[in-house]
Design a binder for this molecule. Structure first.
Ligand SMILES: Nc1nc2c([nH]c(=O)n2[C@H]2C[C@H](O)[C@@H](COP(=O)(O)OP(=O)(O)OP(=O)(O)O)O2)c(=O)[nH]1
Ligand SMILES: [Mg+2]
Length: 140
């Protein structure tokens, strides 16, 4: 039987590319269970009804990592179809402000350089984000 994409759940996610003063980016390793368990990601999560993207990203980063950031410009918006759901990733560049990152909702946290990103496994949709960061492009 042919399932249309529209039959799948759709998630709209605010995603933070958080830069520190050393030019490193913060990534976290998702917990083992579920789809994309054990993958590395840029922190973020679902946008709640009535919430702006910036407010979502700020809230998610406090909830997941316990740190304060400043949400900056949009880097890009990505639509991606996974087998069991579809996502819109609203990716913003952000600046680290304060606090020590804590593994409140993930297994591991690292500050990495752009060159080091290859050493980590990300979900498929992230290829576009990493390419854009490397090219220092601003899309959308
Ligand atoms: N935060 C984040 N999510 C990403 C990235 N790349 C990517 O494909 N995603 C996808 C994977 C997840 O299914 C989704 C983020 O969802 P989430 O962390 O808020 O929550 P979830 O879907 O794991 O949990 P649930 O509440 O639906 O059970 O977006 C990324 O770099 N960062
Ligand atoms: Mg999340």
């Amino acid at each position: 039987m042919n399932m249309s994409l529209s039959a799948l759940p759709h998630k709209v996610i605010g995603v933070a590319v958080i830069w520190n003063k050393q030019g490193q980016i913060l990534i976290d390793k998702r917990r083992k269970q579920g789809m994309h368990g054990g993958f590395w990601e840029f922190p973020g999560g679902k946008i709640e009804p009535g919430e702006t993207i910036a407010a979502c990203i700020e809230r998610e980063i406090i909830e997941e990592l316990g740190i304060v950031i400043e949400v900056g410009a949009s880097l890009m918006t990505i639509e991606h179809n996974y087998t069991k759901f579809t996502v819109t990733l609203c990716v913003h560049n952000c600046r680290y402000v304060s606090g020590e990152p804590q593994t409140l909702e993930c297994d591991e946290i690292r500050w990495v350089t752009l060159d080091e990103l290859d050493q980590f496994t990300f979900p498929k949709a992230n290829e576009q984000i990493i390419t854009a960061l490397r090219k220092n492009l601003t899309v959308n």
